[in-house]
Structure formats: structure tokens, C-alpha cells
Design a protein around this ligand. Structure first.
Ligand code: DGJ
Length: 741
């Protein structure tokens, strides 16, 4: 029996759609022509016949006690008060105060061809003729069992009808979760410490996470998960959503005393930001959701879905050397040539010239917007450096921050009207600007002239310079960001225009890879990843911090899309002094790169780094296609995470100590994800042989921790567990498990 399928059940009074894929079922009820209500979103239900589908719905119907309105309460994917839901409405808006409460009736629900990378697609079309509104709900399911939903609202009034435009205040799409999902996990963070997890009980009320920064944000919810109490990497049921939007957005978890809980997401719209005239449409962001036993299964489904995107990078992820922490703004051909030589020597494959190459940009106070090679520091253009880089067999990459402008720039002086601000401006009354951030303002891409100029400038740059890779930065929040031509808010337009700019540049330069950077990891979401090839995880490349930043970013984004650089021995952002083995082993779990002035590294360091680069090149095929696993280690000082090949024939694990432990030695740890019926050779893994733990320094070995390791039945690794070395704090060791039979 296939575990993937889409079935439409239709009887006299029942119309239900059952989507199944990758171990996840989504059972939708469209009874009474109302918007689809999710009967079940979670573990696969197997094949249901019409009676079974109907019974599954009927048996779960709640007793309508305590209802403030008569009849059953229906909570659809766009919840409506007209259907009895008194929580946060899916669609909020009005025509100058009227038509404030829609009541949609479905007139078409159909399975359609799914887009590339997706397995099933359902489209539901509904209308409220009295309010003059149409609503289209799109629901797609990937082969791995991720669902994504979005809604579009259209004003269907006749232009001549004299009705006010419809102002959209909010359009959310929702996923229901059962009562046993009583605990929440989501994320917060700040510059240098993105994606910090936080847990809370999921009680009655609304857990509201709004991001009003005009970018995804360090402190975005990122993934909002609800699960059975104590859910962990390998245990508990988990339902998780991700609002895929790079501008203002919201994710919320809401539970009412009526026995209904839901997770929802959408865009945060500023006052009057979306006003629909007759025939105009507004589309919500996609909200992704999936279910799993433990967070590892949730990740596996997200990763497989992201990897199925048609533009997912298929080639090995090249070793990057980025110049930022190596030279900052000190651009000098001789210095950068020496860096490029050292980069090539350790095996780098791509050399990325960061901030400082253009206009008068000698520090971070000026010249953003002046995207012309600086004649001061590059009198002969970038050509000589590009030739060196190419001559060393590396690709050339370049940093840009296209959406931004310094007030001290030629661009701002020529076009002050292109800067975003809160009030309408005129030449004789320019109006106030938002407070600067990192000395910069935002270029208004909702202004067609500004957008066209920027597209042309970037296009010319990519045409004139052989750039294989763009690091696309975005270093400030959008504060009071409006169109100064009209005085209206402009964050939505800015987000959409940025997507359009990226799409058009990619169309014109399909071979160029793009990295999404935003003062580190401030723009990490699945919509920016629809048009970029990796994200920069954080401006903090201290390996201790990166263990958690990369680890939690990886809950949603596979390692091959998360930049992970080996920094200098003493971290520039935390002052921690960490050995190369720990820094490099941490960067293995990502898209490996180097951000360190290698001209100052010793011969020994260069040799060791070269060995780590070789190891990365050997392992990247596994690390970038495999399944990510974590052991639920009880000891807070230690973590064990790894990547297992899809056929479970091979695996790499990292055993990491971030602090000292109360246990000495630590108890055994089971290795997740391996085949219990197989036999594995388990051995320490290092670039130049086994890396010792603390005990071996004193001659007290872990008995099996030898270069050849031990052959062990998979069942023992999974159920008995493994004794692992006691480590110094802020150290790690690697293990490899290779199936021998
Ligand atoms: C912020 C980025 O995150 C850094 O990596 C670097 O590119 C700087 N901007 C350059 O200004």
C-alpha cells in the first residue's frame, strides 16, 4: 500500500480531502461549502475510505458546550467568526469600517498539478458576495510530509459600484494542533546570538511573536513548535510551523477554552499598507508546517523538502574564504593577494571580497549605494585581484548591500527622495528621516525608479566583473519605513521588490550563487531561500556559540545552506581562545569556510587547517545529503549530534562539551539513526588520526577509542550506548560509524 496519496471523498453531505506523504496525513473537511477545516494534521492515517474519513471527522467533533454561539464551531485554515471561531480571525480588514466580518462559501475545491518539488496541491476558491471578497486557499504537500499553505484575498466589487477599497489588516493561515501539544518551543536572539531556543507552556491565550524589523529578524520565532510535554530531539510528538517571509511577519500559537489549539502565521501589515481596489489581490506568505516524532523527524522533513527545490545546489559546496574578519576595510591588493595564496594553499575553492571595495567606503559610515569600484583602493579595478584568485584555481565572490544607502553617499545626494521615511516629502519640505542604524538608511525599492536603477547597477556589475558569488547583506532594521513620495508605509512593497530584484538578477545571471546575510543571521527564512543559495548563520564565528546557532538554524535549514566559517584562534566577537580542532569540527556541520587572516597563521596551523579542509571535502557528500540526528543527552554540558547517510551505511557524529560536567566520566550515550540490524565499525575521526579526549592525555583510555575502533552491532549502538571520552570544556571529538555488514 502506498504511503503517499491524495484522495477526495465525496458523498451527499461530505466532501473531504486526504493528503498523505512521507508519514504525514492532512485530512481536510469542506462540509457545508465552508472553508477547509483540518480534521487531522499529524501521523499518517493510512488509506481511508469514504466512511472512514467521515467517521474520523465525526468521532473527533467536540461537544458544543460553552459555545457563545449556537451550533458547531468551525475553525478553518483561515478562521472566521462567522463560522463560530472567536479567537484571532484569519482575515481582518474592512471597507472603511464595513464588511469587517467575512463569511466565505467555497465554490471550487480541486486537486491540481503540484509545482516542482511538491507532491500534492489543493486549491480552494471561495467567495463572500456581500462583502465583495474572494478568497483562494492554496495547500501543498511535499513528498517528505511538509505542508505549506497560503491565502489570497481579492476585492471582487465592480469598479463602478462606488464601494470603498478593502483594507487588509491581517491575513493568517492556521494549522490546528491537538490538546496533548501542551508545550511550545520557539526562538529569539540578537546580533551574534541568533536562534536561541525558548520554551513555554501552551495554555489558553495567545503566544504572539511579531517581527516588525522589515527583515526576518534575529529574534524571529523562526520555527514555532508545539509538542507533547518534554518533547525532545528523539521523543514526543511535535507540530511545527515556519512563516516564510523576509519582512514584517507574525507567528502565533493560540488555544481557547473551547478545546481548540492552533499555530498560525502571516505578514504584519502596517496601517493602510494594503488597500485593495476593485480586482486587486493580496497574498499572504507561505506558512510551512510539519509533524514528527521528536525534533529530528521534523528537521528531516523540512530538510528533504528544501532539498527537493528545483534550484537546490546540486554541486559540492565549495570551501569559502571570506575576507571580512581577515582584513575588514583594509583593502590592499598586496595584502589580499597574500591572503588568496594562503587560501589556495589550504584548499579553498572560493574567495569572497567583503565590504570596502566601492566608492568612498573606507569605513562603515559612508558610500553604501555607490556600487562602483573604488579608484582609491582599486586603481586598476578588481581585475588584478580577480586574476590572482582565478590563477589560484578559486572562484571570485563579492559583497554587496543593495537595499541600503548611506546619507553620506553620491547616491543619496543625487536622489534623496529614494530614501525610505515616515512622512511625505517634497523638495522644499523633505520631512524627517528615520533614525539611522549603522549610519545607514534604506533605499525605497517600492519606488520604480530606484528599483530600476539598482537592477541596472547590479546587472552591470555582474556583467563587467566575473563574479560567481554574491554575498548579499542587509544591515539594518526597517524603522518607520515608508514611501516618501506618498507618506504611506512601504515594508510590504520593499519585501516584494527585494524578491523581484533577486529573481530578475538570477534570471539574468543564473550561474551566480547568492548568500543571504543580514548583519549575520538576520534574514534566514524559506522565502529568501527560494532565491538564494545559502544563509550566513551569524556574525559570531566563535565555535562555542556556533554550536547552538548552527544547530538550531539546522532545525529548518539543511547544513549545506548555512555558512560556517573557521575564525581566528581568538574570536573577534567573544574573545574566546579556541583550538583549531574545535573551530574546524564545528564548521564541518555547515557550508565550510574560513574567515581568518591566514597570512598570520603558523605553518602548523596552515597544515592542520588544510587537513580539515580535506576532511570536509571527503565528508561533504554525506553531510549535505544525510539525515541530521541528535542524542537526547541528559547532561547539560555535553551534546551529541551527527549526520547519517540516507541508506544508513555511514555516519559522522560530533561529541561536544560546552562546559564541565558534574559526571566524571559521563554515562554512555546511544547513537541515533543507525540501522539496528547492521554492524558498524565505530572509530574516532580526525583530520590527522584520532583526536584525543582529556582522559587519553592522562593515559586513561576509553577502551574502544583506538584508531581502528571496534565493530559493533547497530542494535548495541542504539540500545546499549557508547562510552565517550571525557572532554575539556569547549572541545569536541568526531566519530565515524561505517556499516561493515
Ligand atoms: C555584516 C556581515 O554579517 C559581515 O559578515 C560583514 O559582511 C559586514 N556586514 C560588512 O559590513
Amino acid at each position: 500500500m502506498s504511503s503517499n496519496g491524495a484522495t477526495v471523498h465525496t458523498t451527499d453531505h461530505l466532501s473531504m480531502i486526504h493528503l498523505r506523504a512521507g508519514g504525514v496525513s492532512l485530512l481536510l473537511d469542506l462540509d457545508d461549502d465552508r472553508l477547509p477545516q483540518v480534521v487531522h494534521w499529524g501521523a499518517d492515517l493510512g488509506e481511508l475510505d469514504d466512511d472512514g474519513a467521515r467517521a474520523a471527522r465525526d468521532v473527533a467533533r467536540l461537544q458544543p458546550v460553552g459555545n457563545p454561539v449556537d451550533g458547531a464551531m468551525r475553525v478553518s485554515v483561515v478562521p472566521e467568526q462567522s463560522a463560530g471561531w472567536l479567537g484571532t480571525p484569519g482575515l481582518a480588514g474592512s471597507r472603511a469600517g464595513t464588511d469587517f466580518s467575512p463569511s466565505f462559501r467555497v465554490h471550487r475545491a480541486a486537486l491540481e498539478d503540484a509545482p516542482a518539488g511538491w507532491l500534492h496541491r489543493v486549491v480552494v476558491e471561495a467567495a463572500d458576495p456581500v462583502a465583495g471578497l474572494g478568497l483562494v486557499v492554496e495547500i501543498e504537500q511535499s513528498a517528505a510530509g511538509v505542508v505549506r499553505q497560503r491565502a489570497r484575498v481579492v476585492s471582487t466589487v465592480q469598479p463602478a459600484a462606488g464601494r470603498d477599497p478593502y483594507t487588509v489588516d491581517r491575513l493568517l493561515v492556521a494549522y490546528p494542533v491537538p490538546g496533548r501539544a501542551a508545550e511550545l518551543l520557539d526562538f529569539t536572539g540578537h546580533h551574534m546570538r541568533e536562534r536561541s531556543p525558548q520554551r513555554s507552556p501552551f495554555g489558553h491565550g495567545t503566544h504572539l511573536r511579531e517581527s516588525r524589523r522589515g527583515r526576518t529578524g534575529y529574534d524571529a520565532a523562526f520555527v514555532l513548535a508545539a509538542g507533547t510535554p518534554g518533547f525532545a530531539h528523539r521523543a514526543g510528538e511535535v507540530w511545527a510551523v515556519h512563516t516564510a517571509w523576509s519582512g514584517n511577519h507574525v507567528s502565533l500559537a493560540e488555544r481557547s477554552y473551547h478545546g481548540v489549539g492552533l499555530l498560525a502565521g502571516g505578514e504584519v501589515l502596517l496601517p493602510g499598507e494594503i488597500t485593495l481596489d476593485a480586482g486587486e489581490t493580496y497574498a499572504s506568505p507561505w506558512v510551512y508546517g510539519t509533524y514528527g516524532t521528536g525534533l529530528d523527524e521534523v528537521s528531516a522533513r523540512f530538510h528533504a523538502t528544501v532539498r527537493a527545490r528545483p534550484r537546490h545546489p546540486a554541486s559540492p559546496r565549495k570551501v569559502v574564504v571570506n575576507t571580512w574578519e581577515a582584513v575588514y576595510f583594509d583593502h590592499d591588493l598586496e595584502r589580499l593577494t597574500a591572503l588568496a595564496r594562503a587560501a589556495a594553499r589550504v584548499g579553498a575553492e572560493r574567495f569572497v571580497l567583503d565590504d570596502g571595495w566601492f566608492g568612498a567606503r573606507r569605513d562603515d559610515r559612508r558610500a553604501l549605494g555607490d556600487w562602483f569600484v573604488s579608484p582609491d583602493v582599486w586603481p586598476d579595478g578588481l581585475g588584478p585581484l580577480v586574476d590572482v584568485v582565478h590563477g589560484l584555481g578559486m572562484e571570485f565572490g563579492l559583497w554587496v548591500e543593495p537595499e541600503m544607502v548611506n546619507e553620506d553617499s553620491d547616491l543619496a545626494r543625487a536622489h534623496p527622495e529614494w530614501i525610505m521615511g515616515p512622512v511625505a516629502s517634497a523638495p522644499d519640505a523633505p520631512g524627517r528621516l528615520p533614525r539611522p542604524a549603522r549610519n545607514q538608511q534604506v533605499l525605497d525599492l517600492g519606488n520604480p525608479d530606484a528599483a530600476a536603477w539598482l537592477l541596472d547597477r547590479l546587472d552591470t556589475l555582474l556583467t563587467e566583473t566575473p563574479v560567481a558569488y554574491l554575498k548579499w547583506d542587509h544591515n539594518r532594521d526597517l524603522v518607520e519605513a515608508g514611501h516618501r513620495a506618498t507618506g504611506r508605509p512601504g515594508v510590504h512593497d520593499q519585501t516584494v521588490a527585494t524578491y523581484a530584484l533577486l529573481d530578475e538578477l538570477r534570471r539574468r545571471h543564473p550561474g551566480v550563487e547568492i548568500e543571504s546575510c543580514s548583519s549575520g543571521g538576520g534574514r534566514v527564512d524559506l522565502e529568501i531561500l527560494e532565491r538564494t543559495d545559502r544563509v550566513w548563520g551569524s556574525d559570531c564565528i566563535d565555535a562555542v556559540e556556533r554550536q547552538q546557532i548552527q544547530g538550531w538554524t539546522n532545525l529548518l535549514v539543511p547544513y549545506e545552506l548555512v555558512g560556517a566559517h573557521v575564525g581566528a584562534p581568538v574570536s573577534h566577537t567573544t574573545d574566546r581562545d579556541l583550538p583549531l580542532a574545535f573551530r574546524a569540527a564545528t564548521s564541518l556541520f555547515g557550508h565550510f569556510g574560513i574567515e581568518w587572516d591566514l597570512t598570520r597563521a603558523s605553518e602548523e596551523e596552515l597544515a592542520e587547517l588544510g587537513a580539515w579542509v580535506d576532511l570536509y571535502k571527503e565528508l561533504r557528500g554525506l553531510l549535505h545529503t544525510g539525515t541530521v540526528v541528535h542524542a537526547d543527552v541528559v547532561d547539560p554540558a555535553y551534546a551529541l549530534h551527527g549526520v547519517v547517510a540516507p541508506d544508513r551505511s555511514d555516519a559522522v557524529f560530533a561529541w561536544v562539551a560546552t562546559a564541565s560536567s558534574a559526571s566524571y566520566p559521563v554515562p554512555t550515550v546511544t547513537l541515533p539513526g543507525l540501522d539496528p540490524d547492521g554492524v558498524y565499525r565505530l572509530r574516532p575521526l580526525g583530520p590527522t588520526g584520532p583526536v584525543p579526549g582529556i582522559a587519553s592525555r592522562w593515559g586513561i583510555e576509553v577502551p574502544w577509542w583506538t584508531p581502528d575502533g571496534l565493530e559493533v552491532p547497530g542494535v548495541a549502538l542504539a540500545r546499549v550506548g557508547v562510552a565517550l571520552p571525557v572532554l575539556f570544556p569547549e572541545r569536541s571529538v568526531l566519530l565515524r560509524a561505517t556499516r561493515v555488514r
